[in-house]
Design a protein around this ligand. Structure first.
Ligand SMILES: [Zn+2]
Length: 247
């Protein structure tokens, strides 16, 4: 449009693709934050006072059982945001949302995001599509967690993290990965050893490096491809590492 210049890209695909004037105005309120490993963003029954748009960090939505066992029901990186339920009128959390891979994010007060969504029909429609994509991911993850073997799920998770981090080095511990996959740490060690023996990854304490992405894709369950395809259909952009990084 005449007289305006394209807004600067933030590196978060939700922000960079969200339509509507309200969102461009909100850009002034975005504050860069550094998220350290295992920081809890939202917790059970706690108010959700801000939304985060990851840039390089990966955040997991987990459910915890009364015996302490956990399972991941959502994964959020540069393709999305935390706290979408805020746009749907929810103000306190019904899950634990925790930093899985540390790095940066852009933070926005929750009430500013809520009023922007309420005042801008284009942004509202986009946000509802995002909520639908998140719901689709949750359904797939639930099925994956109960149907597929740990090795394939581990490869699937690493691919999803790789897409969101944008580099080959993933700073995460096996302990954390086992919590996300809802299995004992020993099972993750076996799965990671097999992926390493195949030459797909290498790992040391606290970090995993992707060496052979197509090999990892061959080891992953079908869920990775299916979620990616469905995501693109709903949102119009790809989560995939090489699919939509716009610099
Ligand atoms: Zn699966």
């Amino acid at each position: 449009m005449m007289g305006t210049s394209a807004p600067r890209l933030t590196g978060n695909l939700f922000l960079d693709r969200a339509p509507g004037n309200a969102m461009s105005e909100l850009r002034h309120s975005l504050a860069p934050v550094t998220l350290e490993n295992a920081r809890i963003i939202y917790d059970y029954g706690q108010p959700m006072d801000r939304v985060l748009f990851p840039v390089g960090s990966v955040i997991s939505v987990v459910l915890e059982m009364s015996d302490g066992a956990t399972a991941e029901v959502g994964i959020i990186g540069r393709e999305g945001m935390t706290g979408m339920a805020i746009a749907l009128g929810q103000s306190s959390s019904n899950n634990r949302t925790i930093v899985q891979i540390p790095d940066g994010a852009l933070s926005l007060p929750a009430d500013e995001f809520r009023s922007a969504v309420e005042s801008d029909p284009e942004l509202k429609a986009f946000s509802l599509r995002y909520a639908q994509a998140v719901f689709m991911t949750t359904l797939h993850l639930s099925a994956c967690n109960s149907l597929h073997p740990i090795n394939a799920r581990c490869a699937r998770w690493l691919l999803m993290a790789h897409d969101r981090v944008g580099e080959n080095l993933l700073r995460l511990t096996q302990e954390f990965l086992s919590q996300m996959l809802g299995v004992r740490r020993a099972s993750v060690v076996v799965a990671a050893s097999e992926l390493q023996a195949a030459g797909f990854i290498t790992y040391t304490r606290g970090q995993i490096t992707i060496l052979n992405r197509s090999g990892l894709e061959s080891a992953a369950c079908e869920c990775y491809e299916k979620m990616e395809r469905e995501w693109k259909k709903i949102m119009g952009y790809s989560v995939r590492k090489n699919g939509a990084i716009v610099l």
